[in-house]
Design a protein around this ligand. Structure first.
Ligand code: NAD
Length: 468
């Protein structure tokens, strides 16, 4: 696929807008049919998708991709098909005593044309869940996938083209420049998934058109472990969260905050858990994924090197391959907040461990930094857990586990502050991409008409009655 020009983008948008105005909002039956077609096409192209992901990453676990890309995507489409009827129903609202013969309700209207910008780390689900949500909400959509996953973008383009006419949904390709032109278009909503830095640029461009945005961004998601908690359980689940997609996951546990007395137990349990999950090593393993490209591999090597120079203990858990940009898991002990690894989102299989003496210290550490996209708490003590949850602000939380809040279709998914604006998934996705239009129908008899001119004594009596 060749990159689009700004003129192409504008033409597609105009075409979609004209079709939207002409056809009006699709009914429930049409939306369900569209979603079923989309799901069928995704399933039909399953092996093409998995092959394309492998091409883009060089080494990407097919089984893991099926589990973390395709299952959540298909599940979320199924969920939308099942619940859309309920979400679309107009909602009766209360009218006050003075308007009693009237009626009020809220209709969720499609907003029109949604612009979707997707990142490279889960290039299938992070492109197609937003698209399915836009369709479920009755909109039309333009989608710009990442320039770093060209093979996957090509398959996504073919899937979308097979299911939808261009005036309903269209995939356009290109890098940052196309992204900038794309986000400057007068969409009715932009759903952006990517880094905080680019998210700010998208918000700025959208503001010029007063286009509302949903920004799904990144950040450093902490794991807080309660003092004395079983480290086997923690280690296994943190390893799963950190090593899925080799840590290239927006909600991957970024670093661990553990009580100083438990640090060594955690460190050995983590090494055990990692070895158990990946007995065959990393380079060439069918269960492990490479870092996207040389640039990101070098970036991670740089973070490890910087930590080592500043006194961190680096525990490498396997053999790497610079040529294939495969990075084996790395545990970092004696980490300080000044190290580069604690200054940026890691986005790789590197786990810094920091220690605390009291939970208050751990809470203060989190609160001194931008709000994380996810927070993980391990522990059975309700009082301690509630204290951490009440005293911090973050995107979603998984208790005694990692990542899995994302698989709950009935939970909103989104960050807060630097980790995002707004949320989608399930019902919240439908809400984000529709407009809540309030409708009031005045009754034949209505006390409010007594407050119209000509005013008189009765007006005063009613006014005084209300203003008691
Ligand atoms: P990125 O921000 O570099 O790119 C994301 C998309 O934005 C790409 O399609 C890119 O072409 C486009 N883009 C680049 N410059 C642009 C501009 N000026 N205007 C508009 N669009 C532009 O992010 P990435 O490297 O692809 O992805 C990694 C980041 O995404 C990480 O920070 C990660 O945490 C975050 N992420 C967040 C979520 C979430 O759901 N919250 C999910 C996955 C990834």
């Amino acid at each position: 696929m060749s990159d689009v020009t700004p003129a192409d983008l504008r033409r597609i948008l105009d075409q979609q807008r004209a079709a939207f105005l002409n056809a009006g909002p699709p009914d429930l039956k049409q939306r369900r049919t569209d979603l079923r077609h989309l799901k069928a096409e995704i399933l039909k192209r399953r092996s093409d998708i998995l092959r394309a992901l492998k091409t883009d990453f060089g080494q990407r676990s097919e089984r893991e991709s099926a589990i973390v890309e395709l299952i959540p995507l298909v599940q979320s489409i199924n969920y939308m098909i099942a619940h859309l009827g309920h979400w679309m129903k107009p909602q009766r609202r209360h009218v006050s005593a003075y308007f009693q013969c009237g009626r009020a309700w809220v209709v969720r209207q499609p907003v029109g044309i949604v612009g979707i910008i997707a990142p490279w780390n889960y290039p299938v689900s992070l492109a197609l869940v937003p698209l399915a949500t836009a369709i479920a909400a009755g909109n039309r959509a333009m989608l710009k996938p990442s320039e770093f996953t060209p093979a996957t973008s090509a398959v996504i383009g073919e899937i979308v083209q097979a299911v939808f006419p261009t005036e309903q949904a269209s995939v356009v390709t290109g890098g940052g420049e196309v992204g900038a032109a794309f986000s400057a278009l007068p969409f009715n909503h932009i759903l952006f998934t990517g880094s905080t830095a680019v998210g700010k640029k998208v918000a700025e461009a959208a503001a010029r058109n007063l286009t509302p945005v949903t920004l799904e961004l990144g950040g450093k998601s902490p794991v807080v472990i309660e003092p004395g908690f079983s480290m086997q359980r923690v280690a296994d689940r943190v390893a799963f969260g950190k090593l899925t997609n080799a840590g290239q996951t927006c909600i991957a546990p970024d670093y661990v905050l553990v009580h100083e007395d438990d640090r060594d137990t955690f460190a050995s349990a983590w090494q055990e858990a990692v070895k158990k999950q990946h007995p065959g090593g990393y380079v060439g393993s069918p269960d492990y994924t490479a870092i996207l490209n040389q640039h990101h591999y070098e970036r991670l090597i740089g973070l490890i090197g910087n930590a080592e120079t500043q006194g961190a203990r680096v525990i490498r858990l396997g053999r790497d391959s610079a040529a294939d940009h495969v990075l084996a898991p790395v545990l970092l002990l004696n980490v300080t907040p000044q190290m580069a690894v604690m200054q940026e989102e890691i986005f790789g299989p590197v786990l810094p461990v920091l220690t605390y003496r009291t939970l208050d210290e751990a809470i203060a550490f989190i609160n001194a930094r931008p709000h994380p996209l996810a927070l993980y708490y391990f522990g059975d003590n309700r009082t301690e857990r509630d204290k951490v949850l009440k005293s911090t602000v973050s995107g979603n939380v998984t208790i005694n586990g990692t990542l899995l809040h994302i698989a709950q279709d009935d939970l909103p998914f989104g960050g807060v502050g630097d980790s995002g604006i707004g949320a989608y998934h399930g019902r919240e996705g439908f809400i984000a991409l529709t407009h809540a239009r309030g409708v009031y129908q005045q009754g034949r008899f209505n006390a409010a008409t007594l407050l119209q001119p000509p005013f008189g004594k009765l007006t005063d009596a009613i006014t005084n009655l209300i203003l008691r």
